[in-house]
Write a protein that binds this ligand. Structure first.
Ligand code: AMP
Length: 322
């Protein structure tokens, strides 16, 4: 499972992330924690981040994006992760989209913890008091002045991510003002629904793939193409053979007429021709008859082509509309 926890400072992201880690066996990737570790270790990243963090500003996008790109590559993140405090700007979200796409990883949900801003200051003050009680060192950016700057940054730079992820149909908003246990229960309830919906989609996809594998001839696109091509050819050849039959009939009729006429002429000329044999006259008449038949056949072929063309036109229109 891959999740993003979205919410202003003090919304309870850290607390809920730890509960998700225990329940789902996935890792919490908090850019705030990683940057604090870098500051403590005085790494080059830590040196860049130190003053920015202390003043409540945002560390440059390219720095945090490269930290996350390296971190999700590690073995413990293979099972899934919860991003806590990242992304915080639209460019960071876009970089994450590209990163996940490149690695063919799916984001399951973005959980937004919505809280009342006026309640946040009280929450942070309570957190500071509890840390001091436990003898822990207090974060340099957990003061009222820095907190108001972090809140302003959230409103301006991070809140637009609500639209980014709701456009992608990934956003789930939960009332972060409820008691911690209720927030946890609500997160678990929506995650169960997300998992179930995902399983249903996967099962439907497998069913379609199995159906296609069982009868490849029913592959929709190819079938459409083949059937439309086949239908077109069928109509064309039917029209052609009908036209041929019509022409043949007409040719026979004309030839018969011509032969009759020629025969009459032959009988006339044979009686008139001195020395000319009946056979010769008949041959001449036959030649004339043959020429007439040929001419008719020629015209007939042209007609046949025309008819075939006309007949094939509706078929063309039919396939186009489809
Ligand atoms: P957090 O612990 O999430 O409240 O983060 C503490 C501080 O670390 C922030 O106020 C920022 O200065 C810096 N930081 C953490 N995550 C990011 C991020 N994704 N982009 C920029 N700065 C960050």
């Amino acid at each position: 499972m891959r999740l993003i926890l979205l919410g202003p400072p003090g919304a309870g992201k850290g607390t809920q992330a730890q509960r998700l880690v225990q329940r789902h066996g996935i890792v919490q990737l908090s850019t705030g924690d990683m940057l604090r570790a870098a500051v403590a270790a005085q790494t080059p990243t830590g040196l860049i981040a130190k003053d920015i963090m202390a003043s409540g500003g945002l560390v440059p996008d390219e720095v945090v994006v490269s930290i996350i790109a390296d971190r999700i590559e590690q073995d413990d993140a293979k099972n899934g992760f919860i991003l806590d405090g990242f992304p915080r700007t639209v460019p960071q979200a876009e970089a994450l989209d590209a990163l996940l796409k490149k690695k063919k990883l799916k984001l399951d949900a973005v959980i937004e913890l919505r809280v009342n801003e006026s309640a946040l200051l009280a929450r942070v003050e309570k957190r500071v008091a509890e840390m001091l009680e436990r003898g822990e060192s207090v974060r340099a950016d957990d003061t009222p002045e820095v907190l108001s700057k972090r809140l302003a940054n959230y409103r301006e730079q991070t809140e637009p991510l609500v639209h980014h992820y709701s456009d992608k149909r990934k956003l789930i908003t939960i009332d972060g003002m409820m008691p911690i246990e209720e927030v946890t229960a609500e997160i678990e309830r929506v995650l169960a629904a997300v998992t179930k919906a995902d399983e249903t989609t996967q099962a439907a996809k497998r069913k379609v793939a199995a159906k296609r594998a069982a009868s490849p001839s029913k592959a929709p696109k190819a079938a459409k193409k083949t059937s439309s091509k086949g239908a077109k050819a069928k109509v064309k050849s039917k029209a052609k053979s009908k036209a041929r039959r019509v022409v043949k009939k007409a040719t026979k009729k004309v030839a018969k007429k011509a032969i009759g006429k020629a025969a009459k002429k032959v009988s006339k000329s044979s009686s008139a021709t001195r020395g000319g044999s009946k056979k010769k006259a008949a041959k001449a008449a036959g030649n004339r008859t043959g020429r007439a038949a040929k001419a008719v056949a020629g015209r007939g072929r042209k007609a046949a082509k025309k008819v075939a063309k006309r007949r094939s036109k509706p078929a063309k229109r039919l396939t186009k509309r489809r």
